[in-house]
Design a protein around this ligand. Sequence first.
Ligand code: SF4
Ligand code: SF4
Ligand code: FES
Length: 288
Amino acid sequence: MTQQDVSEVSVHINDTAVTVEQGTTLLQAARLAGVEIPTLCWAENLTPVNACRLCVVEQEGTRALIPSCSRLCEDGIRVETDSDRVRHSRRMILEFLASTNDLSQSAELQEWAESYQIDLDRYISPEKNNDEVKIEDDLFVRAYDRCVLCYKCVEACGDDAQHSFAIAIAGRGFDARVSTEYEVELPESACVYCGNCVGVCPTNALQFKVEFDLRESDEWRPEDQSTTETICSYCGVGCSLELHTQNNQIFKVTSPSDHSVTSGHLCIKGRFGWQYVHAPKYEPSKKS
Ligand code: SF4
Ligand code: SF4
Ligand code: FES
């Protein structure tokens, strides 16, 4: 019999035994076992906040479903990631979200809505979130009628990345929403326009202005879009950039969230300083 290293733990994910290092979450262990679990508020470059509960799994012998994105593996436990109870819980969460928010611009949420066969009419919201789109500049817009209060933007603006603390969740219950201090406009807030909040938003509530304009004018064509990897040219850090383009027009700039330098986060120059790429070509006048 092989002896298990004390720094390792063994868990059963849907009857598959997985041995992982101590400190590994159930979500990570499941992925090692080739099992996908949906997540909404979790991201590999942010601290888990347990806000959405979409990632819950059923642990044998426990009463409540547990969030796999933050719960660490304990030796010997057995979890089911797709039991009837788990599917029922996820379906309810998706139905609640759809009852108050516009989820149409999130490909993942659309996919889950279909695979969990959600009933869009089960819950009628007393007040659908109809917040007006906040357009304050040419960089990004805030359309909080799509916001699912996942906290990702708050984390990215706070101590997970930017340390600007320009936005937080204000209000409680039905009134809870992402807000700047005293709801001042973004230019009056502590925002430094890094766009890290936009980079992590899973629903397009925070959206690049160029993308917003393309969608508004009915010119949004995913089939004509591509992504090019390059290096930011502004300073010696040399952050990796992904330029998302449609017909050679940049509409969004991101960085890979697993990148060892950026962890997916950028500054205003890398994120929004690309207009020079589209500057008109300089044609020197010919001397006779
Ligand atoms: S752009 Fe940057 S500083 Fe401004 S709210 Fe978003 S994360 Fe915070
Ligand atoms: S704006 Fe986006 S990232 Fe921020 S809480 Fe809402 S859905 Fe999450
Ligand atoms: S992804 Fe785990 S609680 Fe949201």
